[in-house]
Design a binder for this molecule. Sequence first.
Ligand SMILES: *Cc1c(COP(=O)(O)O)cnc(C)c1O
Length: 397
Amino acid sequence: MTDFSKTRAMFHIPEGMTYLNGNSLGPMPRGCEASIVNFLNDEWKTELIKGWNTKGWFTQTNTIGDRVGKLIGAPEGTTVLGDTLSIKVFQAVAAGLALVPDRRVILSDNGNFPTDLYMVEGLMNLKNDGYDLRTPDPLDVMAQIDETVAVVMLTEVDYRTGCKHDMAQIIAKAHSVGAIVVWDLAHSAGAVPVDVIAADADFAIGCTYKFLNGGPGAPAFIYVAERLHNDVEPALAGWHGHAAPFAFDLSYRPAENIERLRIGTPSIAAFSLLSAALDVWDHADMNDVRARSIELSELFIAEVEKRCAGVTLASPRNADQRGSHVSFEFEHGFACMQALIAEKVIGDFRAPNIMRFGIAPLFNDENDILRAVSKLEDILNNETWKEERFQQRGLVT
Ligand SMILES: *Cc1c(COP(=O)(O)O)cnc(C)c1O
């Protein structure tokens, strides 16, 4: 059994703060401090360029990638790190389209995170070859998977509502009609158990700064099923994905296997932070995390519905259909969230009216849930959200 008091102690959470935003930016694992100082003093400062060999920098895309992969059921050698999730969307969808060259439909849904859709729009403009992006309601996706679809691109857990697609079922249907599926696991990795092998996933991508706590701008990951490795044509053909990067050939030759999904020089400082963040997972079992997340989410929903009049659950009521965040609709959600933040209860707001609360059992407990509900109850009862200072919108919500 995972000892959650132990994992909680592995994070730095400011005194008095209730942090329910680990779904957007995980808090800092204490180990990150020593790890980055070590990187500065014992690696960059002293080794300089030799560090690529002597400190294993060149292979960290894969060695640390394997540790991320383990959390989504990926075998070694099938996951690499680097770049941002937006770039990974482009890479995966471009590769998927090249595998099904005779079809022109990309099927997503209107609950997908906008950058995923924007990246596909950009890719379609670039290809300029009659592609069509469809975005039905999430519940209508299954019905629209047919022989015209080249790639199904979905985010497993909806960033606003927390509503979860049935990954295995969608993959099975897509494969039965010859389509490729790209899963965005941004709100799944470290949040819900994922088994890319059992589900027979083709491509899976995600970021490591949300539930994996790798820090702002931590590298993204891409998983590719082994059966596809050598059929993937990298659209972003960078030198780190070349078969012989230091031969400096004038033309591109893809590396064998997952290596070809590497692009260019990654941030080694960011790897040092992510690596320390992943150490926390050595003390946690994903199934325990899921069970605890459901327990805390159910408590949160029950207490809010009992005590906080005027807000409406925007997430599925059935825990099996939810990821690891819980959202409520409230007409004045933005101002209400600002009032909560002023009380040191940190969640976030997503337009048009969603107050979103991440539940991350590695560091959240019952006290966090009960304190958040009490503050929300007070703010609603006293209509504190009406204060002028809570109406100001910052650059980032
Ligand atoms: C958080 C998130 C992103 C963010 O992409 P970046 O390139 O890391 O900024 C993309 N897609 C989804 C589904 C997300 O939840």
